[in-house]
Design a protein around this ligand. Structure first.
Ligand code: HEM
Length: 402
C-alpha cells in the first residue's frame, strides 16, 4: 500500500492501552485516515470521519470487517448481528430490539412482574456499599450489572464469573494476534462451547431474553442457527461494557470533586455524567469495517478490501468536534450525547438504553447520599488492559459523610 499518511504505532501495546490519548492526538493531526503499517488497517481518528464511516454501511461493511484477524472474523463473529449487513443485519437485530427497546426498558425501571426494578436494585446495592467507608467501584459496578443482566438473560448465577471472564477474552480477539489475543483464545472458545452445549430451553428462566430467542426459533421468526450468535450478543456485549462505563464514571466523579458537587446539588443529571464519561473514556475504543468499494474519506483514497479501524475513543477527544476542552470531564457540557461511544447508524448499540438505565441508576443513587468521594489513598486504581476495551479492574474509593 502506498497511500499516506501512515504510522508504525502499535495501537495495542501496553503503554498505548494505558494511555492512548497522545497517540490519538497525533493520528488526528495526521489526517482523516492514517494507515497503520503494523496492523494493515486505516485508523479513523476524527469524530466527523468516524461518524461518516459508521453511518455509511454500504461502503463500510461489517461482514468480515469487525476484527483485525481473519480467524476472529470467521469464528467468533461470523453470523452475529454485529458482523452482518443489510437485510441479514435487520433480521438478526429485530429480536434483540424487541427486548432492548426504550419501552421494554421503562418497564424495568417501574414495577416489573418478575420483581426486577433496576432503580430500586441500584438504591439497595449502593446503600450497602456506601455504608462501608471504603469500597471498590469496579466491584459495585460488576455486582449491579451482573445481577441485572444475568437475570434478564435468564442464565443461572453459577456461571456469572466465567461469563464475565470469557466476555473480556472475546473482546481481546477483536484486536491483532498479539500475546493478549493468544492467551484469550481458550476463554473465548469456552464461552461459545458453553452457549452451544450447556444452554437449553429448559435451563433458562421462562420469560427471559434467551427463552424468547428459543421461542422465536420455534415459531420460525429466526433460524435455529441464529440462536447461539444472538445469545453471544447478550453475553459478550451486555455486561463488561456497562461495568466499565459505570466504574469509569465513578472514577471520574471521584477525581473531579467539582463535578461530583454539580451532581449532588442537582446542577447536572446522573445520565449526563455517564454520557460525558462515555465520551471521554469510551469502553470500546475501536472496531473495524471492511471497505466494500473504492472510495475516499476526507480526500484520502481507500481501496476495496482494505480495512478501517474506527477509533470511538479518539473521536470523543477530537477538539474539532468538542472544542479546546475536549480532554476535560464536564458533566454540564452541552451536546454530550452526540459522542460515538455507543456507535452510530444501523449498528448503534442495541443495548444503549439498558446501559444508560443501569449506570444512571447507580450514579443517581450514589448522589442521593450525603458523602464526599475520593480515591482510597493507600491503594491505586488498576487499569484493565484489553485489545479493545478500556476501563478499570479496580477503583478503590473512600466515601466520607459530608
Ligand atoms: C455502556 C455500555 C455499552 C457500550 C459502551 C456499548 C458499545 C457498543 C458499540 C460501540 C456498538 C457498535 C458496534 C459497531 O459500530 O459495530 C455496540 C453494539 C451493540 N451492543 Fe452495545 N454497548 C454497551 C452496552 C450494551 C448492552 C447492555 C447490550 C445488551 C444487553 C449491548 C448490546 C449490543 C449489541 C447487540 C450490539 C450490536 C448492534 C448491531 O450490530 O446492530 N450493548 N455497542
Amino acid at each position: 500500500v502506498t497511500h499516506s499518511p501512515r504510522s508504525d504505532v502499535d495501537l495495542f501495546a501496553d503503554p498505548v492501552l494505558e494511555n492512548p490519548f497522545p497517540v490519538y492526538e497525533q493520528l488526528r493531526e495526521m489526517g482523516p485516515a492514517v494507515y497503520l503499517d503494523r496492523h494493515q488497517v486505516w485508523a479513523i481518528p476524527r469524530h466527523e470521519d468516524a461518524d461518516a464511516v459508521l453511518r455509511d454501511d454500504e461502503v463500510f461493511s461489517s461482514v468480515n470487517g469487525l476484527a483485525l484477524t481473519p480467524e476472529a472474523n470467521a469464528t467468533i463473529l461470523a453470523g452475529t448481528v454485529l458482523a452482518s449487513d443489510g437485510r441479514e443485519h435487520a433480521r438478526l437485530r429485530r429480536p434483540l430490539s424487541q427486548q432492548l427497546n426504550p419501552r421494554a426498558m421503562q418497564k424495568l425501571s417501574r414495577d416489573c412482574p418478575d420483581g426486577l426494578n433496576v432503580e430500586e436494585h441500584a438504591r439497595q446495592l449502593v446503600a450497602g456499599y456506601v455504608a462501608y467507608d471504603r469500597f471498590d467501584a469496579a466491584e459495585l459496578a460488576q455486582h449491579m450489572v451482573a445481577d441485572v443482566v444475568m437475570r434478564l438473560m435468564g442464565l443461572p448465577d453459577s456461571v456469572r464469573k466465567d461469563l464475565l471472564n470469557n466476555a473480556k477474552a472475546t473482546f481481546n480477539l477483536f484486536g491483532p494476534a498479539n500475546a493478549r489475543y493468544r492467551t484469550s483464545q481458550p476463554a473465548a472458545a469456552a464461552m461459545l462451547l458453553y452457549l452451544n452445549e450447556s444452554v437449553r430451553p429448559e435451563t433458562v428462566r421462562p420469560g427471559s431474553w434467551i427463552h424468547a430467542l428459543y421461542q422465536a426459533a420455534e415459531n420460525g421468526t429466526i433460524d435455529e442457527a441464529d440462536v447461539v450468535p444472538l445469545m453471544n450478543a447478550y453475553t459478550t456485549a451486555g455486561m463488561d461494557t456497562t461495568i466499565l462505563a459505570l466504574t469509569t464514571t465513578i472514577h471520574l466523579l471521584t477525581t473531579h470533586p467539582q463535578q461530583w458537587a454539580h451532581l449532588r446539588t442537582g446542577r447536572a443529571t446522573a445520565e449526563a455524567a455517564v454520557r460525558e464519561a462515555l465520551r471521554l473514556e469510551a469502553p470500546i475504543q475501536g472496531f473495524g469495517r471492511r471497505v466494500a468499494r473504492d472510495t475516499t474519506l476526507g480526500g484520502t483514497a481507500l481501496r476495496e478490501g482494505e480495512q478501517v479501524w474506527v477509533l470511538y475513543g479518539s473521536a470523543g477527544r477530537d477538539p474539532r468536534k468538542w472544542g479546546p476542552t475536549a480532554d476535560e470531564f464536564d458533566i454540564r457540557r452541552p451536546g454530550t450525547d452526540k459522542h460515538l461511544a455507543l456507535g452510530a447508524g444501523r449498528h448503534e448499540c442495541a443495548g444503549n438504553h439498558l446501559a444508560l438505565l443501569q449506570a444512571s441508576a447507580v450514579i443517581g443513587a450514589m448522589a442521593s447520599h450525603h458523602i464526599a468521594l475520593d480515591l482510597e489513598p493507600a491503594r491505586k486504581p488498576v487499569r484493565l488492559l484489553n485489545n479493545v476495551l478500556r476501563g478499570f479492574a479496580s477503583v478503590p474509593v473512600r466515601a466520607t459523610p459530608e
